[in-house]
Write a protein that binds this ligand. Structure first.
Ligand code: HEM
Length: 211
């Protein structure tokens, strides 16, 4: 990348002008920004957890117990990963509520509102697939319910259920499927959609001002 385009990229990330009213913490509460920080923390702790997790029906639960009780600082790492995930869900919902309360969903920001709703869906999905990866009793039944529910969706039900939650009986292939969604596809899609979301904030004239 040339020096010129790097400067343009940085200037694009950091707008030269921010309306004073929308720069006040009391307007946005920085909820979207803190949600992004949670995502980054999830990525960092998730990569470390990957070093010990085994994505198979027979190995998953044991490897999570190993992380919690044997691996140095594994207990801490797992708890940070778990709690940041829950906090991220709460932050995204609160961020959405802030956008509603300040009327920031209205044109020209309607497209970014729609992009945001997809981010909410992906955040819930990545949280849910993570919950399933522990593969204890709760995860097994949550997986069963989610798969049966997805199957009832008109037309695309059976296909989407097997794409998301795996086909056939409980086995290793299901854990590999859930693992791939949790650590690769969903975060990958989210990085692209978040980039689009932030770019739209700029393209729509920056953060809205109080009504
Ligand atoms: C992973 C989830 C999300 C992240 C990381 C995120 C991040 C951000 C950030 C950093 C901003 C700049 C202003 C602020 O911090 O409030 C923003 C603005 C915005 N977000 Fe999100 N967001 C997410 C999800 C959502 C959701 C679920 C919605 C609504 C359905 C949404 C709708 C909007 C809209 C309309 C704006 C422009 C608001 C304005 O100009 O005042 N976002 N988002």
């Amino acid at each position: 990348m040339t020096r010129g385009s790097l400067t343009k990229f940085i200037l694009h990330l950091h707008p030269r002008l921010v309306p004073e009213a929308s720069a006040k913490v009391r307007f946005t509460w920085c909820l979207g920004g803190i949600a992004l920080w949670m995502f980054l923390l999830e990525t960092a702790t998730g990569v470390l957890l990957m070093l010990h997790y085994i994505p198979s029906a027979t190995g998953a639960y044991g490897s999570v117990q190993h992380i919690t009780h044997v691996v140095s600082y594994g207990f801490l790492l797992r708890n940070i990963h778990y709690w940041c995930g829950q906090v991220m869900v709460a932050l995204v919902v609160l961020h959405m509520a802030r956008v509603v309360v300040t009327g920031s969903y209205a044109p020209p920001r309607s497209l970014n509102w729609l992009i945001g709703t997809s981010l909410l869906m992906f955040t819930l999905l990545v949280d849910f697939t993570g919950y399933l990866l522990v593969w204890d009793d709760r995860a097994l039944w949550a997986w069963t319910i989610a798969r049966n529910l997805a199957e009832t969706f008109p037309m695309i039900g059976p296909l989407s259920a097997s794409l998301l939650f795996g086909a056939g009986d409980v086995g290793d292939s299901i854990l590999v499927r859930l693992y791939a969604w949790h650590v690769l596809f969903l975060p990958g899609i989210m990085i692209v959609v978040m980039g689009w979301h932030f770019w739209r904030v700029r393209a729509d004239g920056g953060i809205s001002v109080p009504l």
